[in-house]
Design a protein around this ligand. Structure first.
Ligand SMILES: NC(=O)c1ccc[n+]([C@@H]2O[C@H](COP(=O)([O-])OP(=O)(O)OC[C@H]3O[C@@H](n4cnc5c(N)ncnc54)[C@H](OP(=O)(O)O)[C@@H]3O)[C@@H](O)[C@H]2O)c1
Length: 263
């Protein structure tokens, strides 16, 4: 049986930890005994999670504001995370913060939709690049570390109304692959996790109402953040000579981005 990597006492950074998948990833890593640096814009939520995880699992947690679209915010988050981690440094980065805005189709899109496109590019692509750049150099210097990017099934397939979101998630996948090549020989691992439908606040953010979001999951059983978190934990716990490059997971009720079985 393969030996698993002991994660206890190591430090993980989780972006987008104020909700959904990021919150569940933080919970699972705390069960493993990891100390956590939690980032997102809604710091009140991060503080509540941090208190919960310290109380329940005896791990150290730092809740720090992070807006991945703002270079200064990423810089100050990075400094706080490095100070928190001390000499051992950040072992694991779960670069999860991300969002979709709207379902505009190119032929009928309006000028106003440009703001949504820009916002998705800023958060999902530029934000992810900024955060990865900030932490990966320290990992290389230490000769070990792990970067797990939150991609999406939307990075592998396209659908009407999803051109820009799909493009951003295809970018996450491609960035992960290029990073893996760039890090070969450094001892640093890279993975891209691609979930299908997961019931979180994602669809509410995208569609702007709870009612519209509920319809996305109607008559089918979506994944929850917990199964994605379990996947992240599995990838992170494999021995350090193993690199899982990519994992795609979907609900049984979903066979492709648009092919969903509903009762
Ligand atoms: N749900 C799905 O079906 C699904 C499927 C595949 C992939 N994904 C991906 O999974 C990741 C997490 O999404 P989720 O489903 O958990 O959605 P969610 O519940 O809406 O969570 C999104 C997280 O991203 C954070 N975030 C958004 N903009 C940010 C910014 N500018 N700076 C820092 N943090 C920011 C949010 O925190 P604040 O708002 O507090 O900043 C929140 O914590 C995303 O990358 C998403 O694309 C989701």
């Amino acid at each position: 049986m393969t030996q698993t990597l002991e994660l206890a006492q190591r430090v993980a950074v989780v972006t987008g930890a104020s909700s959904g998948i990021g919150q569940d990833v933080a919970r699972r890593l705390a069960v493993q005994g990891m100390h956590l640096v939690l980032g997102a814009r809604r710091c009140d939520r991060l503080e509540a999670l941090s208190a919960e995880l310290s109380d329940q699992h005896g791990v150290r947690c730092l809740a720090h504001p992070l807006d991945v679209t703002d270079s200064a915010s990423v810089a100050s988050f990075g400094e706080a995370a490095d100070a928190f981690a001390g000499e051992s440094g950040v072992h694991l980065l779960v670069n999860n913060a991300g969002a979709a805005f709207g379902v505009a189709r190119l032929p009928t899109a309006t000028l106003e939709d440009e703001a949504d496109w820009q916002a998705m590019l800023d958060v999902n692509v530029m934000g992810l690049l900024r955060v990865t750049r900030r932490f990966v150099s320290g990992m290389v210097a230490r000769g070990s570390g792990h970067v797990i990017h939150m991609g999406s099934l939307a990075g592998l397939e396209t659908y009407e109304g999803g051109s820009v979101y799909c493009a951003t998630k295809a970018a996450v996948r491609v960035i992960s692959k290029a990073l893996r090549l760039e890090l070969l020989g450094s001892g640093v691992r890279v993975c891209c996790v691609n979930p299908g439908l997961v019931e979180t606040e994602f669809s509410q953010v995208r569609l702007g109402s709870e009612e519209a979001a509920t319809k996305v999951y109607e008559g089918m059983t979506p994944l929850t953040g917990n199964e994605v978190a379990e996947t992240v934990e599995w990838v992170a716990r494999l021995p350090e000579f193993v690199n899982i490059e990519e994992v795609t997971l979907q609900p049984v009720d979903q066979a492709s981005a648009q092919k969903v079985h509903r009762t």
